[in-house]
Design a protein around this ligand. Structure first.
Ligand SMILES: [Ca+2]
Length: 249
């Protein structure tokens, strides 16, 4: 939530001064939801565990452009997938602009210009196309809609996160309502990569690409799945996550 102060010409009586002094407390909210914990404040897991996805992506963690959380998420993951390649002097890092130009999907480009993000299903098609351009026939995508918070369903989701935590050759991109994790007062559909899953503490590290406002943060798995068990306007399915993994041969 962005609070904009406005310049006004008023007579500053003592009462008004008191009112203005109290105003920030009255109207502002915490930057993050109460249970959300910044990685800056809690990095024990990252120091004591392998955390392959975090270390593969953190050096490629770029801020989203205007309404471009999808491209920023792709850039972090695509560059992470190149970490083990032999790079020569002609090899550029993959930028968000590179991805948009190479995918060259007019509807996707127009959607971003119109400040509308593709739904998770439509984004997964763009992601699949982009993966095939940069890494032909090497990676696949699996789309999971978090449409149930029943124990059996949660266990199924968690098995994906357990598997994903083993190697930096697969990644998860989450599609969630950012207002569930932060101080946003209005629902805000958003996409970001997942940097780690702490199975012992049942926490997930979100590499939020909205870097103008946030730094990476931990949310409990319970809150995390609540954030994905929400719905875009005009889309009949719940949000969820996309697993990018190697094609097994
Ligand atoms: Ca992984």
């Amino acid at each position: 939530m962005k609070y904009v102060s406005k310049q006004t010409s008023v007579f500053f009586s003592p009462l008004l001064i008191i009112a203005f002094t109290l105003a920030p407390q009255a109207f502002s909210k915490s930057k993050y939801a109460p249970e959300t914990l910044r990685a800056i404040d809690d990095h024990k897991y990252l120091q004591k565990n392998h955390a392959p996805d975090f270390w593969a992506m953190i050096f490629h963690y770029v801020p989203q452009g205007e309404n471009m959380c999808q491209t920023a998420s792709m850039a972090a993951i695509f560059n992470a997938l190149k970490n083990k390649q032999d790079l020569d002097s002609e090899t550029k890092n993959i930028t968000q602009a590179d991805i948009v130009a190479k995918v060259n999907d007019p509807e996707w480009i127009q959607a971003m210009k119109d400040h509308k993000c593709f739904s998770m299903d439509r984004f997964s098609e763009v992601l699949k196309k982009a993966l095939n351009i940069y890494f032909p026939d090497q990676y696949q995508v699996k789309v999971i809609h978090v449409d149930s918070l029943e124990k059996g369903a949660i266990n199924g989701y968690l098995s994906d996160f357990t598997e994903n935590e083993k190697t930096d050759q697969d990644f998860i991109i989450a599609n969630f309502d950012q207002a569930v994790f932060t101080g946003e007062s209005e629902p805000a559909g958003h996409i970001s990569p997942i940097a780690a899953y702490d199975k012992t503490s049942q926490k997930v590290l979100v590499l939020d690409v909205d870097r103008e406002w946030y730094t990476p943060y931990w949310v409990s798995t319970e809150t995390f799945f609540k954030g994905m068990n929400t719905q875009d306007k005009g889309v009949s399915k719940a949000r969820g996550y996309i697993v990018v993994s190697q094609i097994k041969r």
